[in-house]
Design a protein around this ligand. Structure first.
Ligand code: SF4
Ligand code: SF4
Length: 297
């Protein structure tokens, strides 16, 4: 049985990628499972999606804990999640990032193969949106050979035809999968024993155990959401053009994180809480807000 874990944020298409892969395997006569595991039910929150593919009926129904492959759609998760936990040493990690394999290896506790690949740039070029999931799928199929590219394209075409009305967008998505498949990526093989023994620590908050939390998970402190810095969910940031802004306050009212404020007569964004959903940019009637990739100034 082949098991794959996708790490992403809600809204980045990990669930769809898992489904596409599983349905392609069904076309090849395999047994499959594909399901997501959401944390907080909010766009931008960290989540996982799992795939199992087998020649025989699959009898387990738990989350995947020891995958052969890990795909990281959002590299910002590497700073606080050990994505390689349980990963088979003969397997590999595929990361959507412009960083090198060596830079990624410093962030994760994996001694085997790591592949890095800037799928977001290809997605932005072809789809004008950061849907790196489809690009990564192409490369995943090439590296793992778990299904045939033509079956993945057939499934994707059918799925996109149900979801999208624009034929050009359907074609662009299929091109994104093919571009992902054809892309030459950075690869890093296993590492030496001395490097292998180096300990990597992860920043995690100490969570209360079941005896310490209130029954039913009751929250007694009003307004504690301000402590959750949803700004680290962001992969795009909104920038305000104050010359265009007419202070209509539409963005202030519609921001789901209450991260936009009027300060001294100017619209100001609180980047500690802005999760980068882009609702403000879509809402602004005079296009005074534009979204830029997070690592750009
Ligand atoms: S992108 Fe805009 S709407 Fe979304 S959280 Fe940030 S400021 Fe609010
Ligand atoms: S929606 Fe646009 S015009 Fe209105 S306050 Fe926000 S930035 Fe300014």
């Amino acid at each position: 049985m082949y098991e794959i874990s996708f790490y992403a944020r809600a809204g980045q298409g990990a669930k769809s990628a898992a489904q596409f892969l599983a349905e392609s395997a069904i076309k090849e006569g395999k047994f499959v499972q594909a399901f997501p595991n959401y944390g907080p039910a909010r766009q931008g929150a960290p989540m996982q999606a799992f795939v199992r593919i087998s020649r025989r009926p699959i009898k387990i129904h738990s989350a995947v804990v020891s995958p052969q492959v890990v795909v990281v759609i959002d590299p910002s998760l590497l700073d606080f999640i050990d994505v390689a936990k349980g990963l088979d040493k003969q397997g590999f990690v595929l990361v959507n990032t412009s960083l090198t394999v060596e830079q990624i290896r410093k962030k994760i506790s994996f001694v085997g193969k790591i592949y890095t690949f800037d799928a977001s740039s290809i997605a932005l070029e072809l789809l004008k949106k950061n849907f790196a999931n489809v690009v990564l799928l192409g490369q995943l199929v090439k590296l793992s050979k778990i299904v045939k590219l033509e079956n993945l394209l057939l499934v994707a075409k059918k799925k996109f035809s149900h979801k999208l009305l624009d034929q050009q967008l359907i074609t662009a998505n299929l091109t994104a999968i093919k571009s992902g498949y054809q892309a030459i990526i950075n690869s890093g093989r296993g590492i030496s024993n001395s490097q292998r023994n180096k300990k990597i620590t992860f920043k995690t908050d100490k969570l209360k155990n079941w005896r310490e939390v209130l029954p039913g998970g009751l929250i007694t402190q009003a307004g504690n959401a301000t402590k959750y810095q949803t700004g680290n969910w962001r992969d795009q940031r909104p920038i305000v053009d104050h010359n265009k802004c007419i202070k209509c306050m539409a963005c202030v009212n519609l921001c789901p994180e209450h991260a936009i404020h009027l300060v001294n007569g100017k619209i100001v964004i609180d980047y500690k809480h802005c999760k980068g959903c882009g609702i403000c940019a879509t809402t602004c009637p005079v296009k005074a807000i534009k979204m830029i990739k997070e690592n750009k100034k």
